[in-house]
Design a protein. Structure first.
Length: 575
């Protein structure tokens, strides 16, 4: 096949994928907008402009940028205190601010920070989102008018007032639910969501159940070409800006997961940072036209790939086709019952709960269990904004705690057979520990350095002890580590001994040499790492023997016995 033919074939596949995506975006766009508590038309606007603008910039070309349950819920909670007549203006402002924050994240190179959000925290957050979606959508599913309050309170109010549910709304919802479940197991699965909207709408019209709430009742489905507008800057508040930052963080984390899971058919590399910018552009475009926040969607991306999308043009085509649907079929969409949209979101919420992931986290241990549960609880009891902030802080704290507790010391000894073995490090140095070589494992940053200080064997009472710390693989040195090494060198000196540091990376060799307080009075000997494993340590052992006995006495006890080889090629600095 020629290159032109291949490009033409890709374009046809992208157009088909765009058409299917546009049809699927109608129910998902309407449902997510209703989840955010605004006119469902806002979801259609998002599904037109977010994938079109974002699709032109994404590096993961088949990633589909659209409204997601998590972003819609967070945005809805952000404007929950805004009067109904101002909510469309407020949601557009949140969307624009979200896009600006995402662009700022890209500018600051924040993509590399995504790896610090632990999997346990993200799993707890996503399960929390799914549960909030399910609880939130039971309200329109039942046709219940809840009191003011958060999602958990309103759900509890529904459970304790089941006599107030609207029976006809529940019947229509039950029909939609049955259709969705049955069609999902047939060849019509791709179009199940569309049929789940059409059949209940026809049922309501046929039965004349005008009291069942439909999309048109939520604010209308105006036809015509949507026009851009300037966000209502008068609605800006610190809480709204903070909420927009949280929505951006949610989108960035979820989008990074989607982006990293994809590959491009043409083999071009994927940049999580560039995809942050693409999602920012998608939100700026959606917000300008009155849409809701959008990000890399797991479900829509999976659909995009399953129907044959090849490049970014599938997303662009989806926006164009959806605009045509809005222009010519907006009135029929207004007859879709809100309970049918609630069913689609409830099913999506149930499907988003990854039981296997939760079991895996539970099996690992208490630290990930606590991380996942705390994030989950924050989302359920408070809000998704608080949950994502708690998750970020908790991830940071857990990373620091884990790094601080991950330091291990192992004494390196040579057996009579000549084999090198690692054994436990004693709590105190004795006469038989005249020269002790210790391998240091784990992070030595901040808390890790303090853990190192606690684990080092006490030199008090020993006779001229020598401790050789092998630091190969450690490429960073902080003020805390310098202070710990200085203090331990002083304790060794007080016992007539000395500290040797070997296997030093050039990145920390130079700073240690420059730190005068560490090298004063010849307390510490420094040895740079070489390409030969153990060479600097063997040289340090030979030098320690000469230093300890001034070349006259018997040799110091070897590491388990045997003669250490001299490393003539080492770069060495003795302070």
């Amino acid at each position: 096949m020629s290159e032109d033919t291949g490009k033409g074939g890709n374009l046809v596949k992208d157009l088909i994928a765009g058409l299917v995506g546009a049809v699927a975006s109608v129910p998902s766009g309407l449902a997510t907008a209703s989840l955010a508590g605004v006119n469902p038309i806002a979801g259609i606007y998002t599904s037109i402009f977010a994938p079109s603008a974002g699709g032109l910039l994404v590096s993961a070309q088949r990633m589909f940028i659209s409204a997601t349950a998590a972003s819609a819920l967070a945005a809805g909670q952000a404007i929950s205190g805004v009067p109904d007549e101002q909510r469309m203006d407020a949601i557009a402002l949140v969307t624009v601010a979200t896009g600006a924050f995402l662009a700022l994240f890209w500018l600051l190179g924040a993509a590399r920070l995504m790896k610090y959000v632990s999997h346990a925290v993200m799993t707890g957050f996503l399960i929390g989102v799914a549960c909030v979606v399910i609880m939130d959508q039971t309200i329109p599913f039942a046709g219940y008018d809840p009191p003011e309050g958060n999602t958990l309170f309103q759900f509890w109010s529904l459970l304790t007032n089941l006599g107030d549910v609207h029976l006809r709304t529940v019947i229509v919802g039950a029909v939609a639910f049955a259709l969705a479940l049955i069609l999902a197991r047939t060849r019509l699965a791709t179009f199940a969501s569309i049929i789940t909207m059409i059949v209940p709408a026809l049922l309501v019209l046929w039965l004349g159940w005008s009291e069942v709430r439909v999309v048109a009742d939520a604010g209308g489905m105006e036809g015509g070409f949507p026009l851009p507008g300037i966000p209502a800057l008068s609605l800006i508040t610190p809480d709204l800006i903070l909420s927009a930052f949280s929505v951006a963080a949610i989108i960035a984390i979820q989008g990074a997961g989607v982006s990293q899971s994809l590959t491009n058919i043409d083999g071009k590399p994927i940049s999580v940072g560039r995809d942050l910018l693409a999602q920012g552009a998608g939100n700026l475009a959606a917000g300008a036209f009155g849409g809701i926040p959008a990000g890399g969607s797991v479900g829509q991306t999976a659909l995009n790939m399953s129907v044959g999308a090849q490049t970014r043009w599938a997303s662009v085509a989806c926006g164009v086709f959806l605009l045509l649907i809005l222009l010519f079929f907006s009135r029929p969409v207004g007859f879709v019952p809100m309970t049918a949209l609630a069913v689609l979101m409830i099913i999506a919420g149930i499907g988003a709960i990854d039981v296997d992931d939760a079991r895996a986290i539970w099996a690992v241990g208490w630290t990930p269990r606590i991380a996942a549960f705390v994030t989950f609880l924050a989302g359920i009891v408070f809000s998704l904004t608080i949950a994502i902030l708690v998750g970020i802080v908790l991830s940071t704290v857990l990373a620091v705690v884990r790094a601080g507790n991950d330091v291990r010391l192992r004494q390196l000894r040579r057996e009579k057979s000549g084999a090198m073995v690692e054994t436990d490090v004693p709590t105190k140095l004795g006469h038989r520990h005249a020269v002790m070589v210790i391998n240091v494992y784990g992070s030595l940053f901040f808390a890790g350095a303090r853990t190192l200080a606690r684990l080092l064997p006490a030199p008090e009472g020993a006779d001229r002890p020598v401790v050789i710390l092998r630091l190969r693989g450690h490429s960073h040195v902080g003020a805390t580590l310098v202070e710990v090494l200085k203090e331990y060198a002083g304790r060794l000196k007080a016992a007539g001994g000395r500290l040797y540091l070997t296997g030093l990376d050039p990145a920390i060799m130079e700073p240690l040499i420059r730190v005068c307080r560490l090298s004063e009075d010849k307390e510490v000997a420094l040895y740079a790492a070489t390409d030969r494993l153990g060479a600097s340590t063997r040289e340090a052992m030979e030098d320690a023997k000469v230093w300890r006995y001034d070349g006259d006495g018997p040799p110091a006890e070897e590491v388990g016995g045997g003669k250490a080889a001299s490393a003539t090629g080492d770069q060495r600095t003795q302070s």
